[in-house]
Design a protein around this ligand. Structure first.
Ligand SMILES: [Zn+2]
Length: 210
């Protein structure tokens, strides 16, 4: 029997100038932006754990990259912003897929082999995610309130690829530089929240079930 059947609700981090700060329950992987979660005596709403130190999410590596992206954005360098935001989203996706595999019992060796052999973002989203979640990424995003996210992410990846491969754009270059940078920042802020929701649904609950 599960220790707790109480429904729990994700608390988003308060907005800040940089990357949001979440805290992770090391027992079940639940992520919360609730400052009370910092208090070790405040029980995890999913597994009930207390007295264990909670790790910060996202990682320091992601936070440093986030900081640099915001610098470029403030300088109006939309092209670099799009390229770096896409790199950051791929890092966060890799992290979530890795956590989902771990929650389902895959050890580090297996996870490394899978991630090394499935490097394409299209395959990770289109094949790996559904295999682990039991539903398509698009469905999961829609259920969690981010229906447009997968399409916007795809469009942004295409723009990034156009920048990198110097292929023709579907619009004037000035528009891409200015507006795509701003769009990428919106996507980044949404991505943090969506990935926390995905984590709490497919990782925290998944661990809890096993
Ligand atoms: Zn927990």
């Amino acid at each position: 029997m599960r220790p707790s059947e109480k429904p729990h609700k994700t608390v988003f981090a308060e907005s800040s100038d940089g990357a949001p700060t979440y805290w992770e329950c090391p027992s079940c992987g639940f992520l919360s932006g609730d400052p009370r979660f910092l208090d070790l005596e405040h029980a995890c709403p999913v597994c009930g754990a207390t007295g264990v130190e909670r790790r910060r999410f996202p990682s320091d590596r992601v936070r440093r990259l986030d900081h640099r992206i915001r610098d470029y954005q403030s300088q109006g360098d939309g092209e670099i912003v799009v390229i770096l935001v896409m790199a950051l989203l791929e890092t966060i996706l890799e992290d979530i897929v890795d956590r989902m595999m771990e929650a389902q019992g895959a050890d580090l060796k297996v996870r490394r082999v899978v991630m090394d052999s499935q490097r394409s973002i299209g395959v990770r989203i289109g094949k790996l995610f559904p295999a682990l979640a039991g539903e398509e990424f698009e469905e999961a995003a829609e259920e969690l309130g981010y229906r447009d996210f997968p399409k916007r992410w795809r469009t942004m990846r295409e723009a990034r690829n156009a920048f990198i491969h110097d292929s023709p754009f579907n619009g004037p270059r000035e528009r891409l530089d200015a507006e795509m940078g701003a769009d990428a920042m919106v996507l980044l802020d949404q991505a943090y929240r969506l990935f926390v929701l995905l984590n709490n649904r497919f990782v925290a609950d998944g661990k809890h079930r096993s």
